[in-house]
Design a protein around this ligand. Sequence first.
Ligand SMILES: [Fe+2]
Length: 168
Amino acid sequence: MLSKAVQTKLNEQIQKEAFASNAYLAMATWAESENLPNIATFFYNSAEEERLHMLEIFKYINANGGAAKLEDKLGKAKEKFKNVLEAFQQVYDLEHNVTVSITELATWCQQNGEHATYFFLQAFVLEQQEAERNVREIITVIERMGFEPRNLFYLDKQFKKINEKGEQ
Ligand SMILES: [Fe+2]
């Protein structure tokens, strides 16, 4: 049975994962409107991934005697970006914020004897490390290929490879 305190903290994490999923969907809409179909696919895939993280925590809470809850006040995600680089800088910020909160949560569990939840969170900790590494790599690709209008066709094409790598 999960303690009330750990339930509250896990529920807070659910809201963050859900917000990240919404933020990625808003970015997908932006990418579609900019005629960047492969970049849009990257955002759709990321939205789905965040939703899966949310679901995993949701089910963990409910399976262990708690009550998972998705609040209706997630906040509004950003919908407009100056360019692809700015969009991916937001991706980095999103992922980094999740990393910070997952790390804080894991530390709290460790210090409060919540060993099972601490163990449960380890996969999330490692996944965040990977997510941040991937975004940094993508930002390097964007900076090297350029994101001026004349480069966008090739940059978007490059995301085909990035998306395939993500599916493995
Ligand atoms: Fe996540």
